[in-house]
Design a protein around this ligand. Structure first.
Ligand SMILES: NC(=O)c1ccc[n+]([C@@H]2O[C@H](COP(=O)([O-])OP(=O)(O)OC[C@H]3O[C@@H](n4cnc5c(N)ncnc54)[C@H](O)[C@@H]3O)[C@@H](O)[C@H]2O)c1
Length: 269
């Protein structure tokens, strides 16, 4: 019986993960954008993948619970790859927090009852979470203490209305959420990790590059000497999920070609 891999966010990174990891599994692809889902599903199905799609809004409790139910209905869950997210140029601060921060809390709550030994979660954070320090210790505590429903009331009080501050804060929160979740997941024989991409040439990455000149500066100074690709993330997801990654749990892997190292060390000099 085939196991299921669920991927949320069928944009640049989600598609790369589906292609790289989907062979031999039931792929459940979930996204807010139904046209995108239909296009990607048609292409992957022609390519021999076993694809099911579901419209998902990760900020919506019922929608996330429906995705979790669908995933287990298809078969035991091997991996949960959560890439769905919004960047600063895509929405308001409030919506970014609802999708990136509360959406992650909803994903964790909805999938926890369906974990089995060997299930691996990989949730996508961002290198921006290393570059700004905009969550107070009190906020970090509350993010980990409160349920997703409670966060709905708390998050608007955090004062993060500017998308450019809401985004890195939401991604820093994601790293904490994943670290905390790993403790619960471990009790079920499951693992969960986050990955923080740098600047990657996906639809989202390109939109941010056009809006923020600093992204060009970051690419020009990336020690790896190039912009990231979606495949750079998919290959790290593959490693985390594989037996070679089975001592990885509760931490974050920065896959940014070294740009955070460049920015942090040039700030010290
Ligand atoms: N591309 C980069 O340079 C970069 C850098 C750092 C972090 N990230 C993070 O990586 C992840 C994937 O980014 P990407 O570059 O593949 O972006 P993308 O825009 O290509 O794909 C994101 C997908 O998420 C979907 N989505 C948005 N809101 C949703 C919602 N409420 N419910 C369900 N789906 C929703 C979109 O429809 C889209 O298909 C995101 O979480 C992003 O914040 C990307």
């Amino acid at each position: 019986m085939k196991k299921t891999i669920i991927i949320t966010g069928i944009g640049g990174m989600g598609i790369a993960c589906a292609r790289r990891l989907g062979s031999g599994y039931k792929l459940l692809l979930c996204d807010f954008n139904e046209q995108q889902l239909s296009n990607v599903s048609a292409e992957l199905t022609i390519g021999g993948y076993d694809v099911t799609t579901l419209k998902l809004d990760v900020s919506d409790k019922a929608s996330v619970e429906a995705a979790a139910s669908k995933a287990v209905e298809l078969g035991e869950i091997q991996a949960i790859i959560h890439t769905a997210g919004l960047s600063p140029t895509m929405s308001s601060g409030e919506r970014i927090l609802a999708v990136n921060l509360i959406g992650t809390a909803r994903m964790l709550e909805a999938f926890e009852p369906h974990l089995s030994p060997g299930t691996v979660g990989v949730f996508i954070s961002s290198s921006s979470s290393y570059l700004s320090n905009n969550l107070t210790p009190e906020q970090e505590k509350e993010i980990l203490r409160l349920s997703a429903d409670e966060l709905l009331e708390y998050v608007p009080t955090m004062g993060l209305t500017d998308p450019n501050t809401a985004y890195p804060a939401s991604k820093k929160a994601n790293r904490l959420q994943i670290a905390a979740a790993s403790v619960k997941w471990g009790k079920k024989g499951a693992r969960i990790m986050s990955i923080s991409p740098g600047v990657h040439s996906t639809p989202m990455g390109k939109q941010e590059q056009e809006a923020h000149a600093v992204m060009g500066y970051m690419i020009d100074n990336t020690p790896a000497g190039r912009v990231g690709t979606a495949e750079d993330i998919a290959s790290m997801v593959e490693f985390i999920i594989s037996p070679a990654g089975n001592f990885l749990s509760g931490s974050d892997i920065l896959v940014d070609g070294g740009v955070v190292a460049f920015l942090q060390t040039s700030a010290i000099k």
